[in-house]
Design a protein around this ligand. Structure first.
Ligand SMILES: *Cc1c(COP(=O)(O)O)cnc(C)c1O
Length: 395
């Protein structure tokens, strides 16, 4: 310590500590490096700062070493070059809209889309001079007939995370590419593990890292993953203008969960499939909606493109049960909690009125749909819980 430093007042020495963090320390944890201010070595560095340059640190909102470590891993999972992190999955969706779409443009959204995305599209249509049209997720190559000269963006969701139909992503991408339309897929369902849409030519993959990547039901985060640099920079600039970023603390929580994600995903997948197969044998159930089942619309696409399904599936109860009876069934469950989001250790169940969520396709089922998320509990306990709730509410 120089003499002059030791003469400083205690308060100054609290702000400017005498000792630097010791070099030579190593652990497996990605260090949490928080920042609003990022310190530049000199003014020349400030003046040379370029937001396009991925190797530069400029401001904590845009990137820290901790967020960059997470972004790099998220991009790697599904074969992307770039990932941008947003404070929620919905913020990632919003980042896509504001990065790609302007007044006068047209957007195509599948009828099975995550509901807040549908609402976001309606908001842009109402207040921002964008036209938004909904399409049947099973449209396949027929999407070509819907593309107009001003169509700028086509959303895809494979499968729909409530209704489980699997669109023909290859056919949609090929029609979009031919007409220079950007494609964005909400790939949260597969976590980027079981389906790699960038390899099929989809331009942007969106993840709600809130789900399997966080794995703890306690962090909100989203990501946009791309290969093309110009597209990445468009999204990056919109993200800067929207003023959204992620905290290093939240990133460190996701970084901690990420190595176990594949093992968790496979366990969720096994449990969900076993429950779905058992439910198929029950007289209370009219249909099981799981893309690994042969009668699920888009099953052939699923078998061709996916390596797994994870913990989500839905069932349609027989139409002889009233919606109130199905509500009573869901509330009688003890191990399946009632709540939004998924990807954590705890199983969840939620009834949906699907007919009310659609405008471009006819929903073929009459009974009430319940979506299940199989957590990390023992499968036989989950089965017993469903059986007991059925007996008490539907018996
Ligand atoms: C949860 C979810 C989102 C949004 O994620 P949040 O982090 O909750 O905003 C987007 N798409 C799908 C399919 C989701 O399940």
């Amino acid at each position: 310590m120089t003499d002059s430093k030791s003469k400083r007042a205690p308060q100054t020495r609290v702000v400017h500590p005498d000792i630097e963090l010791a070099p030579g320390f190593a652990s497996f944890a990605a260090p949490v490096m928080r920042a609003s201010t990022v310190v530049f070595p000199d003014l020349a560095a400030v003046r040379a700062a370029d937001w396009r340059d991925e190797s530069q640190w400029r401001y904590g909102l845009h990137a820290t070493p901790t967020s960059a470590a997470l972004a790099q891993r998220i991009a790697a999972i599904e074969g992307g070059q770039y990932a941008l992190l947003q404070p929620s999955g919905l913020a990632a969706i919003s980042n896509v809209y504001f990065g790609i779409v302007k007044a006068g443009d047209d957007v195509l959204i599948p009828d099975n889309v995550y509901s807040p995305n549908r609402d976001h599209g309606q908001w842009l249509a109402r207040d921002f001079g964008v036209t938004v049209r909904y399409y049947d997720p099973l449209v396949g190559a027929g999407i070509a007939d819907l593309i107009q000269p001003n169509t700028r963006l086509i959303w895809i969701e494979a499968p729909g995370s409530v209704t489980m139909e699997v669109p023909d992503v290859r056919a949609i991408v090929s029609a979009a590419r031919e007409r220079n339309v950007v494609t964005a897929i909400d790939n949260t369902y597969s976590a980027g593990l079981a389906f790699r849409p960038l390899e099929l030519g989809v331009d942007i993959s969106v993840q709600a890292l809130t789900k399997y990547q966080s794995g703890g039901s306690d962090v909100l985060m989203g990501a946009t993953i791309t290969i093309d640099r110009d597209l990445h920079l468009k999204l990056k600039q919109a993200r800067m203008r929207l003023g959204v970023g992620v905290s290093a603390d939240d990133c460190s929580l996701v970084l901690r969960s990420l190595p176990s994600m594949k093992a968790r995903f496979e366990t969720h997948d096994r449990t969900a499939l076993a429950l779905a197969r058992w439910l198929e044998t029950r007289g209370e159930i009219a249909a099981v909606l799981h893309p690994a089942f042969e009668d699920c619309p888009g099953h052939d696409v699923f078998m061709r493109e996916f390596t797994g399904a994870g913990g989500l599936f839905s069932v349609v109860f027989d139409a002889r049960y009233s919606p109130a009876q199905i509500d009573a069934f869901v509330e009688a469950l003890e191990l399946f909690a009632i709540g939004w989001s998924w990807g954590g250790a705890h199983s969840l169940a939620m009834p949906y009125d699907v007919a009310k969520m659609r405008t471009a396709s006819q929903w073929p089922h009459r009974g009430t749909l319940v979506r299940f998320y199989a957590g990390l509990e023992d499968e036989s306990d989950l089965r017993a819980d469903i059986e007991r709730a059925m007996a008490s509410a539907l018996g």
